[in-house]
Design a protein around this ligand. Structure first.
Ligand code: ATP
Ligand code: MG
Length: 463
């Protein structure tokens, strides 16, 4: 599978693929796109900008996806008008972004992104740090140097993302042989790959995302520098990596994306602790994460909601035991050790990927549930069932079991308990009472804990 993804379908022809100054023009009769397939609002924007005397096109993912028979997620417009000029044309427009200024035009719930043509960065622009700036490793920090349509095509990432559709003439303009690459299902960076990754290391993640989502191969020169340049991701602001990781894992092809990230050594800079767990316990860690992503992919395909918290809980879980053990070896009791390890692991992860609070809290709750699910005696089982996190905690337990964790069939017990009538439930709880470890958690704690200890654990779990 991976072999196929990385295969090169034809030898690259340097110079020919990139840097066309005149585009290949694909007329209406030579392609399958139809104007009505695009968002009516996006087409209206293009028409209005064109009648105001600007150049304007639909561009990027929407053109690419429609050529592949995929429903686009959003519609992007590229224009010669500056953000201020665009805003002046539309009542419902807002300028957003600093690193990359663009205009959001709102139509009810639909937002169309309108970007001004950008030029690739040249050395002359460096003096004007308001418009353009790089850091020492060549990363673009600000990108507001406007340019021509030809230049705009050259600064885009992949050839298949640099196709411009004019809904008025219904022609496609292709400056980078993107149509050829769409037809051959090949992802190819425009320009020199090493340079383009240095400018923006997130392009390495975008390569994986598009290869996974579109089931495309990555052209060999495009894939070649990735392993060596992967550490550059450590310089990317964690908030951007959060957005990007959601796109990688929640787009319906997360399991494949994970395989590719690991293979291209991009997983380590994103999830250092999990990568270490993957080294130390490869089979278990790999199974648990893949299984979580497979479930997520299935839910996405079925149109069911997915929560990033569950996914991050799974991605980080294999890194927990080593930390818990470390704290326990320092004399910290089991439950505080678990809480301490969870807290530290999440704090450390947020240095790379800024997981917002609204997700880190549920991650903690899902993990806490793993401590509580084994303790079912008395009224506890029913209280747990009423807990709003029960479902996520239970699903997580099943996930752990599917990766081979030993839980004494706890998942099956909970499955049965949910199906059981009141009287059967009471019987199930009574049966537990006859087993000595029934009220304690699985794992290292075997002896029954005293009331005072239990109380302390409860307090901590509720912190
Ligand atoms: P999708 O919206 O399906 O995720 P997309 O290709 O539309 O895919 P966007 O992130 O919406 O991706 O970006 C729109 C377009 O902007 C891209 O198609 C590409 O041409 C350009 N682009 C986006 N990010 C970069 C980047 N980091 N470097 C160069 N060009 C980029
Ligand atoms: Mg898009």
């Amino acid at each position: 599978m991976l072999k196929k993804l990385f295969q090169s379908f034809r030898p690259p022809v340097p110079g020919q693929h990139h840097r066309r100054t005149t585009p290949e023009v694909i007329n209406k009769s030579q392609h399958s796109l139809q104007r009505h397939q695009f968002s009516r609002h996006a087409v209206n924007i293009v028409e209005r900008l064109q009648s105001a005397g600007y150049q304007a096109y639909l561009v990027g993912g929407c053109v690419r996806d429609l050529m592949l028979g995929i429903t686009p997620k959003d519609f992007d417009v590229a224009t010669s008008a500056t953000p201020e000029q665009v805003r002046a044309e539309f009542r419902n427009a807002r300028i957003i972004g600093r690193r990359f200024k663009l205009v959001h035009v709102h139509f009810g719930r639909e937002i169309i992104e309108v970007a001004t043509f950008r030029a690739p960065h040249s050395d002359e622009d460096q003096g004007d740090s308001h418009r353009s700036s790089h850091n020492a490793s060549g990363r673009i920090l600000r990108d507001n140097v406007y340019g021509t349509l030809e230049e705009d095509a050259q600064r885009r990432d992949f050839t298949i993302n640099a196709l411009y559709y004019d809904p008025v003439s219904e022609r496609i303009l292709d400056y980078a042989n993107g149509v050829h690459d769409v037809r051959n299902r090949l992802l190819r960076l425009i320009g020199d790959p090493t340079h383009r990754y240095q400018e923006d290391p997130v392009r390495m993640l975008r390569a994986v995302r598009f290869a996974a989502k579109l089931n495309f191969g990555i052209e060999k020169h495009t894939v070649q520098p990735i392993r060596e340049l992967a550490p550059l991701l450590r310089e990317i602001p964690p908030a951007r990596l959060f957005e990007e990781s959601l796109k990688l894992f929640l787009s319906g092809q997360g399991a494949i994306a994970f395989e590719m990230l690991v293979d291209l050594q991009l997983f380590e800079p994103l999830f250092p602790a999990s990568a270490q767990a993957l080294d130390e316990r490869p089979t278990y860690t790999h199974t648990l994460i893949s299984q979580a992503l497979n479930n997520t992919d299935l839910r996405v395909k079925q149109g069911k909601p997915v929560t990033p918290a569950f996914l991050f809980a799974a991605l980080l879980w294999p890194a927990l035991p080593a930390r818990v053990l470390h704290l326990q070896n320092q004399g910290v009791p089991p439950i505080p050790a678990m809480n301490g390890a969870a807290h530290d692991l999440i704090a450390e992860q947020c240095q790379r990927i800024a997981i917002p609070k609204r997700f880190t809290l549920p991650i903690r709750e899902i993990w806490d549930m793993q401590e509580r699910l084994p303790r079912r005696s008395g009224k506890r089982a029913d209280q747990l069932l009423d807990n709003p996190r029960f479902r996520a905690g239970y699903d997580f337990l099943l996930l752990r079991e599917s990766a081979g964790e030993e839980t004494d069939d706890l998942g099956q017990w909970w499955t049965d308990y949910q199906d059981a009538h009141d009287s059967e439930r009471r019987e199930m709880i009574r049966e537990l009472g006859s087993r000595d470890d029934a009220s304690t958690g699985a794992g290292p704690r075997k002896r029954k804990r005293s009331t005072s200890k239990r109380k302390r654990a409860g307090d901590e779990a509720g912190e």
